[in-house]
Design a protein around this ligand. Structure first.
Ligand SMILES: [Zn+2]
Length: 102
């Protein structure tokens, strides 16, 4: 039986390795593999896919938790960041240099 490979991100979303595709590196033209992972949107449950290099440990793509329809725009991300900073400042827990928000 084929072993299923999956990654669980910090938010508890599970990404399952579903496909691999050949990928030619732009840098030197050599061939490698891209891994295709699928997970489900935390809002609507719709499956969505991400791609990572074969060396996928700690890849930023695993931070995604939404389908295209529900993913945040850059403006929304910036707004949330501002709100987080404002809330931390109000609570007296914001440290500019130390990246302490909570
Ligand atoms: Zn969705």
């Amino acid at each position: 039986m084929k072993k299923e490979i999956s990654v669980t991100n910090k938010r508890g979303c599970v990404f399952t390795l579903t496909d691999r595709q050949p990928y030619q590196r732009k840098r030197d033209g050599s061939w490698t593999e891209l891994l295709i992972w699928t997970s489900n949107c935390i809002v609507c449950g719709k499956p969505f896919a991400i791609k990572t290099p074969s060396n996928y440990e700690n890849n930023g793509a695993f931070a995604l938790i939404h389908c295209d329809e529900h993913k945040l725009t850059q403006d929304e991300i910036n707004n949330r960041r501002r709100q987080g900073v404002a809330a931390a400042k109000a609570a007296g827990k914001y440290k500019k240099a130390g990246r302490v928000y909570a």
